[in-house]
Design a protein around this ligand. Structure first.
Ligand SMILES: Nc1ncnc2c1ncn2[C@@H]1O[C@H](COP(=O)(O)OP(=O)(O)OP(=O)(O)O)[C@@H](O)[C@H]1O
Length: 259
């Protein structure tokens, strides 16, 4: 059984079909790209997968369970985490607290034990802090744990957002343009980091990315959207030579190794 099955899913806003008849199957452990020209429906697809939007057509199954209509926090609890195209951190909170927030949404302890500051509250708090620090180490952000998130350079903010998404313990990680705004060196390091965390945490990763070198270099398969429709899916080689993909990208960035 596929980890994620998207069957003819779509959403309409007024008269606009932002995404329509979208089919996708992700298997455990795959690293898959989702590409398409501006406005093709990529972020909308992520919003469908994470409960931000409820599909107006089709269905989404995760581990065989129907996700349609689940609110975003329930989707996170069921094992799907994401990052955003425009970084969404708690800018006034410390780097460490930004990661700890992810645990709070999953914490087993009751609100009462927090209010009355029972011993279990403190041990869970300590536990969360240690786990959060482990993630920060992986992302090379541990020395910045007390810094406010807003003071980090852009590339580090992107990494922090991924660390936070990972801290929620997902099986499926959705990354929306993780390399946006990064320089080539940062992008290269990010590629290595993504490959590493996939192995280390036994993740399945779906990646939206405009950097074609990144997508073609690390993804096993690629889905291509255009005007809300899936126009192709296949290996990087198949996608690179696909006539519909080439047509969709005419006048835009052409997906090649050297893009
Ligand atoms: N909440 C909404 N209400 C109305 N239209 C929307 C809404 N969300 C998305 N759209 C429209 O759906 C279409 C797809 O947008 P989307 O942001 O998913 O594209 P994208 O492929 O992620 O583009 P980009 O690469 O520019 O980020 C666009 O025409 C957009 O204006």
């Amino acid at each position: 059984m596929a980890l994620l099955e998207v069957k003819n899913a779509g959403i309409q806003f007024g008269g606009l079909k932002a995404v329509s008849g979208f089919n996708m199957e992700l298997n455990q452990g795959e690293l898959i790209g989702l590409i398409g020209p501006n406005g093709a429906g990529k972020t909308t697809s992520f919003n469908l997968l994470t409960g931000v939007y409820v599909p107006t057509e089709g269905e989404i199954l995760f581990n065989g369970r129907r996700l349609n209509g689940l609110p975003p926090y329930k989707v996170t609890q069921s094992g799907i985490s994401r990052t955003f195209q425009n970084i969404r951190l708690f800018s006034e909170l410390s780097v460490l607290d930004n990661v700890k927030v992810a645990y709070h949404s999953l914490a087993k302890n009751s609100i009462l034990s927090s209010i009355f500051r029972l011993p279990s509250h403190f041990s869970e708090e300590k536990n969360m802090e240690n786990k959060a620090l482990e993630f920060l180490k992986i992302f090379n952000l541990d020395s910045l744990k007390d810094e406010k998130a807003k003071n980090l350079p852009y590339g580090q903010q992107r990494r922090l957002e991924i660390a936070r998404a990972l801290a929620a313990g997902p099986k499926l990680l959705l990354l929306d343009e993780p390399a946006a705004g990064m320089n080539p060196q940062e992008t290269h390091e990010l590629m290595e980091l993504i490959a590493f965390i996939r192995k280390q945490f036994d993740l399945t990763i779906l990646l939206i990315e405009h950097d074609m070198q990144l997508v073609m270099g690390i993804c096993e398969r690629i889905y291509v959207l255009d005007h809300g429709q899936l126009i192709a899916d296949g290996t990087p080689e198949e996608i690179r030579n696909h006539p519909k993909v080439i047509e969709a990208y005419l006048g835009e960035e052409v997906p090649s190794d050297h893009a």
